[in-house]
Ligand binder design. Structure first.
Ligand SMILES: [Zn+2]
Length: 414
């Protein structure tokens, strides 16, 4: 009996060591598979590695459109910054030739670093998709680099550490929104001090996360994590305690350009959440049946992951919804388009994404223990929001072109 118990003990110990090793390896050497596409140099040509190169390429494409079209307006709005006097949001507006019926608004860089892919998609559409004959009753407004500071400094957030896509509203009560789930997870989500990627806590982050998942369940954790929080300026997903300057800028540009249209389609380009290589449609839940039906028509043939479905989340202070709120009588379709990178539908992918966000934020606030810690944290951030993979990048261009062809046509028929 004693020998039997001893054997069971050994077996249990082996199982635990095996499970720990598996967890450790699957988390620390996580590498999701790329989409199976042939790399195409023309698509890769739309990507640049600095905000100023992206801006220059966008402006260049806008000038090209201006020379091909009857009337294109190109303008920039400067952004205030404590450290930078060259930040701008850049706009390219194509009015329709006949009547102002429908307007498509396409925005990049709401989450700074995600703007590299958004900019590439805008450049591709400007060069390969938009043609003068498409604009008889439909207009187009391209907005480049809404969060130009984050875009330039390769952070998701603004200079004030604010997540712009949690900061848009016409009502200051947004800043009183409570996120008790975030408060409960505060210590885990907001570590202090210089970042050490080799600390036990970081190496075994997956174990800590599994414990929380078992206790609270993944949907509750995801909601707490990503809905936005208004209490901790040093934390991730901080929605601010004041409106960022972009709220007013967007309001004034749109009041001027969009008021005369009867229908709006607001598309906001993002990266990071979802399945690697998939272009997700990711709106907040919609109650209005007319709006919901219109959304299903415009995005027919594509899966829409409503924010209240499993494994997705609803956010506060969302930009595209704010745009709709500026025009209460109009049919205004808000849609977040998100290129997945780390397979966040899997447990390890979701935990990896959370960890990447947490350590990047820690490094940005408290610095890094060694230069290697900085390189490692930033490489993870890149992998999550601007993957270097040429297959991934080629696929993002192809997928967005195919989707835009469908959306444009469906929107015309609405
Ligand atoms: Zn985003």
């Amino acid at each position: 009996m004693k020998r039997f118990l001893k054997r069971i003990g050994w077996l249990m110990a082996l199982l635990i060591v095996g499970a720990l090793a598996y967890t450790y390896i699957s988390f620390n050497y996580y590498s999701p598979e790329d989409p199976d596409v042939e790399i195409d140099a023309q698509s890769l040509g739309f990507y640049q590695d600095s905000w100023s190169d992206c801006r220059a390429a966008f402006r260049n494409q806008a000038e090209n459109m201006k020379s091909r079209f009857d009337s294109v307006e190109i303008f920039s709005v400067p952004l205030k910054s404590q450290t930078d006097n060259d930040l701008t949001i850049d706009f390219c507006y194509v009015p329709p030739k006949d009547t102002t019926e429908k307007l498509v608004i396409l925005i990049s860089g709401t989450h700074g670093i995600e703007g590299y892919v958004g900019s590439a998609v805008q450049q591709m559409l400007m060069q390969e998709f938009f043609q003068p004959e498409m604009f008889s009753t439909t207009g187009l407004l391209l907005v480049h680099g809404l969060n130009a500071w984050g875009f330039k400094h390769q952070r998701r957030f603004s200079e004030n550490n604010v997540d712009l896509n949690r900061n848009f509203s016409d009502d200051r009560t947004l800043f009183e929104t409570q996120n008790d789930g975030f408060v409960a997870l505060y210590d885990m989500l907001t570590p202090k001090g210089e970042l050490n990627m080799n600390s036990i806590g970081n190496r075994f982050f997956m174990l800590k996360a599994i414990q929380k998942i078992v206790l609270k369940g993944m949907p509750a954790l995801l909601q707490a994590f990503a809905q936005g929080q208004y209490q901790f300026p040093e934390g991730i997903y901080f929605g601010g305690q004041n409106f960022e300057q972009q709220v007013e800028i967007l309001k004034s540009v749109l009041t001027e350009k969009a008021s005369s249209y009867s229908m709006l389609l607001n598309l906001d380009l993002h990266t990071g959440f979802g399945e690697r290589g998939e272009l997700h449609l990711f709106p907040n839940p919609v109650d209005d049946p007319v709006l919901k039906h219109s959304m299903e028509k415009v995005f027919a043939g594509y899966r829409i992951d409503w924010g209240d479905s499993d494994n997705f989340y609803t956010v506060h202070g969302q930009m595209v919804e704010y745009v709709s709120s500026l025009f209460p009588g109009k049919l205004s379709i808000p849609m977040l388009m998100e290129f997945g990178t780390l397979n966040t539908g899997t447990t390890v992918g979701a935990v990896k994404s959370a960890h990447i966000s947490i350590v990047e934020n820690q490094g940005a606030h408290y610095g890094y223990k060694t230069p290697q810690d900085s390189i490692k944290a930033k490489a993870g951030y890149y992998e999550m929001f601007y993957p270097p993979s040429e297959k991934w990048r080629t696929n993002a261009i192809h997928a967005s072109k195919a989707m835009m062809e469908n959306i444009w046509e469906n929107f015309q028929e609405l």
